[in-house]
Design a protein around this ligand. Structure first.
Ligand code: ADP
Length: 253
């Protein structure tokens, strides 16, 4: 899915009746199949931007289009994932992943067949019948990822999906996400606070200003794919990570 955001801004009603400018104006084009990471100071409007693209929040000004069509409400072609896995504790791993298919009316046998195909990609094949309380944080996020990709969305919106995980699990899951994404043709817009994660995953890193968030840098990440953990220590990677960091620091100064 191709995205086009034109002069998007979002104002909220602030305390004491005033207006709080939360985001923008910001313009952004994302090509079909592109993986874009968004970084920026806390509170600059990143989650608000994700909500606008998801059709969950109407912008105060501007136009957001998916494949040339204006987005005004959530679409089944778009899936969204958050830091919290939000699994249903009474449903097994396979039933949590199958939930969107169930809501879409897919018959039980077809649901289970689709989920069974997905489980090995998510390294969950031995946990199909396990319940959320039995899972580590990393496994719970794999289930959450399974639940968003099971419907083959054309746009994946990820809001700090690995933010609550320890550093090594986070790195592992990021690379697993790339394997799942590779060849899917899906467009990805991901918010992260982690500079290395942004550079390791993205085709482009967008650095946002402090609130109301605007684009202060748009950095192309021309590292070869498939990306590997060893790249974290390559000179080309370090130069890009430094470029992202200095754009963030300039903004925070
Ligand atoms: P980020 O994801 O970059 O941390 P957010 O998009 O969550 O930032 O929030 C941007 C700003 O808008 C913050 O100051 C936040 O407090 C404010 N905000 C977010 N949602 C609402 C809301 N529904 N009502 C009022 N203010 C909000």
């Amino acid at each position: 899915m191709k995205l086009s955001l034109r002069d998007i801004s979002v104002d909220f009603r602030g305390a004491n009746g005033g207006r709080l400018a939360a985001l923008g104006p910001i313009s952004l084009d994302v090509a079909e199949g592109e993986f874009v990471c968004i970084v920026g100071p806390s509170g600059c409007g990143k989650s608000t931007l994700i909500r606008v693209v998801a059709g969950l929040q109407a912008p105060t000004t501007g136009i957001v289009e998916a494949d040339g069509e204006s987005i005004s409400r959530p679409s089944s072609a778009t899936a969204i994932m958050f830091q919290d896995a939000n699994l249903m504790p009474w449903r097994s791993v396979q039933d949590n992943i199958a939930l969107p298919l169930e809501l879409a009316g897919v018959p039980k046998a077809a649901r289970y067949a689709t989920v069974a195909e997905l489980l090995p990609q998510l390294h969950l094949e031995d946990f199909a019948g396990a319940y959320p309380a039995e899972l580590s944080g990393g496994m719970a996020q794999r289930v959450a990822l399974g639940r968003v990709i099971v419907q083959h969305p054309r746009l994946l919106l990820l809001d700090e999906p690995f933010g609550a995980l320890d550093a090594l699990t986070r790195e592992k899951l990021s690379l697993e996400l790339l394997q799942v994404w590779r060849g899917s043709g899906q467009t990805v817009v991901m918010v992260t606070h982690n500079i290395n994660e942004a550079v390791l995953l993205a085709d482009r890193v967008i650095v946002m200003s402090s609130r109301p968030g605007r684009t202060v840098a748009d950095i192309s990440i021309d590292l070869p794919r498939p990306r590997r953990v060893e790249q974290l220590f390559c000179e080309a990677f370090l130069i890009l990570a430094r470029e992202v960091r200095s754009a963030i620091e300039k903004e925070a100064a």
